[in-house]
Design a binder for this molecule. Structure first.
Ligand code: AQP
Length: 333
């Protein structure tokens, strides 16, 4: 059976980018067709300045939202990364296989370390090494597919390289995974800045649709989205990135009509924004309703996470033990 693994960092409130780039697919197809594991990857949230209480709150909050979005613990495994020690155990072995040069080439490291230097925050060593932890997250389950948005593709490529290198040097241990991105909305852009990805940890939320935003606020944010000069509606990501972004969102929320074809049915930006707002609201309304019910019962969410961690541990332990043996470590008696 195919194994799928994917994760989400508790670095902020989930956005429409997270939903369309990853979560909607986990819910609609991935969890039903494979042995699917989804993780709130809390260790990754520690690579930048963070407030411990907030990370804790966001970890449970993220799990609650994933369940509200439709992850079903009866068919998939949902757990918190730090509850399964095997991730950190394996991460060190992969740091011993990765090179300094390939970690420094990661775009996210280059961008975030530049930002941290600008603000005088200091660059945490974990910001450099965390792609090895991400590789451990994936390889510990002998994962075949990693459904992610476009921004994570480079990290999955690195994971593949590390798996192949480990297997060649120390014997066949890991499955070599592949990234799978959605056809549409693999990179949802900020509604106020079409050159920036819609990211949950960004400071200014005016261009970001959070899954728990009031529905009126969602409509306002979409109606105020920055469009491009020109009046005709065409899907041209280079020349009209703001309009292309709205068409992608509408397409992904409206059931899959091709965004290029959708453009032909609009002759004004106003009508496109109105329909996009309606489509997004129809996606968020039921999710928010389920969220309200789940948030009222945190003990049940904790129970799901405990059971998920137990299952994840039982799968990861033999794989990580095999990696320890293969790389030359003496087994504990
Ligand atoms: N804008 C997006 N469009 C499409 N997919 C996206 N993803 C994230 N943003 C978009 C996908 O969501 C999954 C979880 O990713 P994450 O937790 O790394 O998300 P983030 O919102 O990008 O978080 P941050 O803290 O704001 O991260 P940085 O600053 O690191 O980008 C992934 O599958 C991701 O591809």
């Amino acid at each position: 059976m195919t194994t799928i693994f994917s994760g989400i960092k508790p670095t902020g409130h989930l956005t429409l980018g997270n939903y369309l780039g990853a979560v909607s697919r986990w819910v609609s197809t991935d969890q039903h067709r494979a042995d699917a594991l989804f993780s709130v990857v809390d260790l990754h949230a520690l690579t930048v300045e963070h407030d411990p209480a907030r990370v804790r709150r966001l970890s449970r909050g993220t799990a609650t939202l994933l369940l509200a979005a439709g992850l079903d613990p009866d068919v998939c495994t949902l757990f918190v990364q730090s509850h399964v020690d095997e991730h950190a155990r394996l991460s060190y072995l992969l740091e011993c296989v990765a090179t300094d040069g390939e970690l420094r080439r990661m775009i996210q490291y280059r961008e975030k370390s530049a930002r941290a230097r600008e603000t005088g925050e200091g660059v945490r060593f974990s910001l450099l090494s965390y792609p090895a932890l991400m590789a451990a997250d994936i390889l510990a389950y002998r994962t075949d597919e990693v459904p992610v948005g476009e921004d994570q593709r480079q990290h999955v490529e690195l994971t593949r390289d590390l798996a192949v290198r480990f297997n060649q040097r120390y014997g066949q241990t890991f499955t070599v995974p592949r990234a799978v991105a959605p056809r549409v909305a693999a990179r949802v852009m900020d509604l106020q800045d079409s050159t920036a990805k819609m990211g949950k940890s960004h400071a200014d939320g005016a261009g970001i649709i959070y899954l728990l935003d009031e529905l009126d606020t969602v409509r306002k944010k979409i109606m105020r989205a920055v469009t491009d000069s020109g009046r005709d509606v065409v899907h041209d990501r280079a020349a009209r990135p703001g309009v292309a972004n709205l068409l992608d969102i509408l397409s992904a929320c409206g059931g899959g009509d091709d965004p290029v074809a959708l453009a032909a049915s609009y002759d004004s930006y106003g009508a496109l924004k109105r329909d996009t707002a309606d489509a997004v609201i129809e996606v968020l309304r039921p999710l928010q309703k389920r969220h309200a019910a789940l948030a009222a019962d945190p003990a049940e969410v904790d129970r799901v996470l405990r059971a998920g961690a137990e299952r994840a541990r039982s799968l990861a332990r033999p794989v990580v033990d095999a990696a320890y043996a293969a790389i030359g470590l003496l087994p504990a008696a």
